[in-house]
Design a binder for this molecule. Structure first.
Ligand code: ZN
Length: 165
């Protein structure tokens, strides 16, 4: 291997390090912004503007650009969502859990919540916006809804499921 090959590799490593540092710095900056109410409001405003711009440039599809079939399907899902609001509970294990149509979902990313029975192979995914508004339900559940009940104070509690190990 010649010296020039090495310099190429070093360059690549340095570039990777640079990007990694940048990523960490961005994350830190965002955490700082989030902790500061005024800065956070400004940031949200900026993100909203950016979203509007992308929408105007047609980088984001509006429902009106979809085919009538997709429009009908989306509208049906939205209607269903407004009839079935999402509720949030914290399980005894401290896991953030969403309840939708009697099924429970665990947060996996900022927008994706997976069915609690995903280990039992259920593929249902609840998609929400970051501020937790319903977007869509992907895939159907392959099992009945778990036994949930509401306490007198309005809290939802999941009964222990003996079939799970
Ligand atoms: Zn499921």
């Amino acid at each position: 291997m010649s010296i020039t090959d090495f310099s190429g590799i070093i360059k690549k490593i340095k570039e990777k390090e640079r990007l990694e540092k940048l990523k960490l710095a961005t994350r830190k900056k965002y955490a700082e912004i989030k902790a500061h109410p005024v800065l956070y409001a400004l940031q949200k405003e900026k993100e909203k503007r950016r979203y509007q711009e992308r929408k105007e440039k047609k980088q984001i599809k509006s429902i009106k650009d979809e085919s009538p079939r997709v429009q009908r399907e989306k509208r049906r899902k939205w209607r269903e969502a407004s009839d079935n609001p999402i509720e949030f509970i914290v399980t005894r294990g401290g896991q953030r859990t969403a309840v939708y149509q009697g099924h429970t979902f665990v947060q996996m990313t900022s927008t994706r919540w997976y069915c609690s029975k995903r280990r039992g192979d259920c593929k249902a995914i609840l998609v929400m916006t970051e501020d937790r508004k319903f977007v869509e339900l992907l895939k159907d559940h392959d099992h009945p809804a778990p036994k949930l009940f509401r306490t007198a104070t309005g809290q939802i509690v999941r009964l222990l499921d003996r079939t799970r190990d």
